[in-house]
Design a protein around this ligand. Structure first.
Ligand SMILES: Cc1cc2nc3c(=O)[nH]c(=O)nc-3n(C[C@H](O)[C@H](O)[C@H](O)COP(=O)(O)OP(=O)(O)OC[C@H]3O[C@@H](n4cnc5c(N)ncnc54)[C@H](O)[C@@H]3O)c2cc1C
Length: 508
């Protein structure tokens, strides 16, 4: 039985370590050798994901974050002590109930973002957000079936105790939108119900980091029109029999070195499609079944995910500011007003994301005992973050001039004829030519390369793109007080009912 196998593998791995609820990087890697079925971009079955060229470096990178749970310098960020039993658990599984908890989680997020330069949109501490989102709306799940609510609580507890990393699976596979939902063959659905669980067929797309994690949490919160058999929220062990993960083409090369690719040489999170061929999901992992009332409950169930996504981008934007200033310093372009203006635009982007995050945390509300940052500020901030991201990338490239193209590989620098010439001709301000070259290699990985483009796609789309966020903001942002004030001031007819219908019709 898959779930038992996953549980046993995690238990076995943890039993060999020094902390009962925390894995080292090596233990994490061992936990992924669990019989999962993964097909690589060559069409081949992968025997060990931790050694596969497309996955190894990314897994090693995530393993370092696991290791930081044991490093005295970082362990108070990456772990917390549960006052109930005095034991250490991963901060990724700290359920936020106070503003201090949110700050603690954000420190963790800062660490994982700076560690990966934020190119892992689903770092170790992200996956819990969806399960905690389920906790935050547990009253709605409880109303459907108290057993399912209990399953959510137990899943969070289990994951906390076993240092789990999980992926999100929300949208349906892409197909002709004109087809009625029941005719879309790929939609994941229940094909059989058994006393102890359900059997699933179909697929879920875009499981970023799924192959590098232990579970996927599934919901149908962005699909309002599904038929009941497809309305399903659950947890899926990645090594479930019948489940196949098909990887997209990698965007980083397994052979690149640090000097030539300072970011990409640490690998990437791989997106994949998960194909379910009669996958058994035991009842204990079902969180909602055939409850069409939960369809479309995206904003509420993913409020914490969205906070994490925006806060990660906020920390990335600090890196963008640092990168912009370093370009200017290295190229000696600081005296140009136009250059200063562009750097200011990047600073403004970063400060604005920070302001949204801080405001959202300040106005956080308890939902069923879980502290959820203000969705109004998060939604507004996400819109800013998505719309201006391409502009910020453009500014970084623009400020660089030829720096992004007059870059040469370490092998060229080591050529005895060419290396010295480059060293003479291309120095930067306060840095040698080769150091300048390394910096622009970094900037290439950050803003230009194939991996950077995948990350840009991710930032744009991973949790719905700008038009959808805009609609959501229009629907949910409260502004009736100001509207009423203006109407009263001008003695215009009261349109309270209409306003309610327009702006806040869906908070069931
Ligand atoms: C790199 C990457 C990683 C991702 N990782 C994850 C992940 O880990 N977990 C996860 O759950 N999802 C992930 N996603 C998926 C993401 O959630 C979806 O791509 C997103 O919700 C959009 O859905 P779709 O791709 O099905 O777009 P479609 O529904 O096929 O829409 C295509 C386009 O049509 C337009 N459009 C569609 N609907 C509307 C509308 N209502 N209003 C205005 N315009 C509209 C938009 O331009 C949209 O991009 C990832 C996506 C990418 C690109």
């Amino acid at each position: 039985m898959a779930v038992i196998a996953t549980t046993n593998k995690l238990k076995e791995v943890l039993s060999k370590g020094q902390e009962p609820h925390l894995m080292t990087g090596e233990q994490y890697k061992e936990s992924l050798r669990d019989g999962r079925r993964v097909i690589d971009a060559e069409g081949n079955l992968i025997s060990d994901v931790t050694t596969h060229p497309a996955l190894k470096r990314g897994i090693d990178n995530l393993a370092k974050v696991y290791d930081s749970q044991f490093d005295p310098e970082t362990r108070d960020i990456t772990t917390f002590i549960n006052p109930e039993d005095g034991k250490r658990y991963s901060t990724g599984w700290l359920v936020p109930t106070t503003k201090e908890d949110l700050k603690h989680r954000r420190e963790m997020l800062r660490l994982s973002t700076y560690h990966t330069f934020g190119v892992f949109g689903r770092p170790n501490d992200y996956g819990s957000m969806m399960a905690m989102g389920f906790l935050s709306i547990i009253d709605k799940i409880e109303k459907e079936n108290p057993d399912y609510a209990e399953n959510v609580r137990k899943f969070v507890e289990f994951s906390q105790k076993h240092n789990v990393m999980s992926a999100d699976l929300i949208p349906d596979v892409q197909t002709d939108k004109n087809l009625p939902p029941s005719e879309k063959k790929g939609t994941l659905r229940v094909v059989e119900e058994l006393p102890d669980g359900v059997i699933l067929c179909g697929a879920k797309p875009c499981g970023s980091v799924g192959v590098q994690g232990h579970f996927a949490t599934v919901s149908t919160a962005t699909s309002p029109n599904l038929d009941p058999d497809a309305a399903l929220w659950c947890a899926v062990p990645i090594n479930s029999p019948g489940l196949t993960l098909v990887l997209r083409e990698p965007t980083t090369s397994p052979d690149s070195n640090f000097e030539d690719h300072p970011i990409d040489s640490f690998g990437e999170e791989l997106d994949n499609m998960m194909i379910f061929d009669h996958v058994f999901i035991p009842r204990e992992y079902i969180f909602s079944l055939r409850n069409t009332k939960l369809l479309g409950l995206y904003r509420e169930s993913c409020a914490l995910c969205h906070w994490h996504i925006l806060a990660r981008l906020m920390y990335r934007s600090e890196i963008f500011v640092g990168a912009a200033q370093t370009i200017v310093d290295i190229l000696g372009t600081d005296s140009f007003q136009g250059v200063r203006d562009l750097v200011s635009e990047v600073i403004s982007y970063s400060a604005s994301l920070k302001a949204h995050i801080l405001a959202a945390e300040e106005e956080a509300e308890l939902w069923n005992g879980v502290l959820v940052p203000s969705t109004e500020f998060i939604t507004a901030g996400r819109l800013q973050s998505i719309i201006h991201y391409p502009r910020v990338m453009h500014i970084l490239r623009d400020l660089s001039g030829q720096g992004l193209i007059s870059r040469f590989t370490s092998k060229v620098w080591e050529n005895p004829e060419i290396g010295p010439i480059l060293e003479d001709y291309l120095p930067g301000a306060g840095v040698s030519a080769r150091e300048k070259n390394k910096f622009f290699n970094f900037l290439w990985d950050l803003s230009c390369g194939s991996h950077a483009t995948r990350v840009a796609l991710f930032e744009n789309t991973n949790s719905t793109n700008a038009p959808v966020v805009q609609s959501e903001l229009y629907r949910s942002y409260s502004r009736s007080e100001a509207v009423d004030y203006i109407r009263q001031y001008l003695n215009l007819p009261d349109s309270r009912q209409k306003i309610k219908r327009l702006y806040a019709h869906d908070l069931k």
